[in-house]
Design a protein. Sequence first.
Length: 143
Amino acid sequence: MKIIDLEPGDPRLADDLLPVLSELRPHLTQDLLAEIYAEGHAQGLRFTAAYADDGACVGAAGWRIIVNTGVIRKLYVDDLVTAATARSTGVGRALLAHLEDHARAAGCTTLNLDSGTHRTDAHRFYFRERMAVTAFNFTKPLD
């Protein structure tokens, strides 16, 4: 497996990463992803793609380093998804390990993510990866 961090403007964002990311975020289009990355990159947003030995993109992660008063510095995972055809093959574990390496190199104290309450298969994976539920996340939609 090959894991690559992708910069804004890289054609692999649309060609490779977007089809996998769309499995988690079906509302994304090529234009919307480009718009989000153009704005989000300045805020620390990064995207990482995992490739199988045959060259197919089989995993995607969106992440950023955040500094706050709670944990000082953390790597926050916005998106983490393995292509449906590649689940339970080690892709998610490899992506998490790659992100942990980024976190350690940046001096982070934690790796953190939110997961929708309906994503029970993902929750089982996170527990297997020794992640713990440490907080509730509350959302209030705004008009």
